[in-house]
Design a binder for this molecule. Structure first.
Ligand code: AHG
Ligand code: MN
Ligand code: MN
Length: 359
């Protein structure tokens, strides 16, 4: 009898234990996102159903956008929509679609008092002048991250970030409600539309990942308590811009490529922050988008990209920095502010910071 068969047909106490263990982990993993939200609602420190409804709305919008992203290759919706977003970049049609769907879902359900989006010039106030609307959360989104990957069938994502408003409930939201440092986030997450679609989020009590079963449209808890390995062997950076990078980043890249110990590391860069982050969180790695002589502040947006990813990273035992300072401690000054971003396995980020300090 070959080894695997022996294992499969073995009887007795051990196999019963193995079976029970398997069953327990299966039932844990079989939990749907809806069940998980309800079960964990009371663990949230500002417990009300409002945040749960908000996550539920994001879950719904994610499914709608997922459906559209998945058939992107089939219908004539590819290519730039002809508009240019507030950062001066070409908008793809799916950017516009995802933006509309997320805003529409949250507006229709009347669960937030304001939304800011990478694709909108200004924030959107929702029913905040009407006394009966007592919503206290604002949401900031990058509706479609990595949008240049759509045309070539490579993973894209959605990033979201949630804060409690700082202005009084029942009054119109103001810019102050959106310009809060990342350390004030109450929830953050992303959807990755990849080989499978996943929703990964945190409310400040760890990071959990849910995979969509497209046949029945249900997200299942597939990655409980996600953690960045302390160290990793992957570095993700657009090395085409090497010549424009600060000296500290150049030195760190050379360090990654040096033959010593477990180096050289592997280079992996998808060009979609969500996907690069997701892979690095699972395998261990570092993502870098530094400032350069082309972009003096870097490219990524503090509010829509860096803060939510930083919150997830820290909740998953990783780290996020601009090279010198914790991302989540930066006080935002404008909605579309950009910052240099270094994020991933803690030891790797700290090593990179060391190179920045010493350059
Ligand atoms: P978006 O599609 O929302 O504009 O974001 C793209 C971001 C990020 O996801 C990605 O890692 C980075 O821009 C890629 O930029 P480069 O092409 O300059 O490397
Ligand atoms: Mn983006
Ligand atoms: Mn985007």
């Amino acid at each position: 009898m070959i080894k695997s068969q022996r294992k499969r047909y073995s009887t007795g106490k051990n196999s019963i234990f193995a079976l029970r263990k398997n069953f327990n982990s299966m039932s844990r993993k079989n939990r749907t996102l809806g069940e998980f939200i309800i079960e964990n609602q009371s663990a949230f420190k500002y417990t009300t159903g409002e945040l749960s409804s908000l996550i539920n709305a994001i879950r719904l919008a994610a499914k709608v956008v997922n459906y559209e992203v998945n058939k992107a290759g089939l219908v004539d919706i590819l290519g730039a929509a002809g508009d240019v977003n507030v950062q001066g970049e070409d908008q793809q049609k799916l950017d516009v679609y995802a933006n509309e769907k997320f805003i529409q879902t949250m507006t229709n359900r009347n669960i937030v008092c304001g939304i800011a989006s990478e694709e909108e010039d200004d924030f959107i106030a929702i029913n905040s002048q009407d006394e009966k609307y007592q919503n206290k959360y604002v949401v900031l989104i990058d509706p479609l991250d990595g949008s240049s990957n759509i045309d070539v069938n490579v993973s894209v994502g959605t990033i979201f970030s949630v804060y409690r408003r700082v202005t009084p409930i029942g009054t119109p939201v103001t810019i102050e409600d959106f310009l809060q440092p990342g350390n004030q986030q109450v929830a953050a997450g992303y959807v990755v539309y990849g080989t499978s679609t996943m929703l990964v989020y945190t409310t400040g009590a760890g990071v959990n990942g849910f995979t969509l079963n497209p046949a029945i449209g249900t997200f299942y808890l597939s990655h409980p308590n996600m953690q960045f390995p302390l160290d990793g062997k992957i570095y993700s950076v657009n090395e085409g811009n090497y010549i424009h990078f600060p000296q500290g980043i150049k030195n760190y890249i050379k360090y990654c490529q040096m033959e010593e110990g477990d180096r050289p590391y592997t280079s992996r860069y998808i060009g979609s922050l969500v996907s690069d982050f997701h892979r690095n969180m699972i395998k261990g790695g570092i993502y870098i988008y530094p400032k350069s002589s082309l972009n003096s502040e870097g490219k990524l947006r503090l509010l829509y990209e860096c803060n939510p990813m930083a919150f997830l990273a820290e909740q998953a035992n990783g780290k996020a920095s601009n090279g010198f300072q914790r991302i989540m401690d930066i006080k935002p000054t404008s909605l579309h502010q950009r910052v240099p971003f270094i994020c991933g396995s803690k030891n790797m980020v700290e090593k990179c910071e060391e190179f920045m300090r010493n350059a």
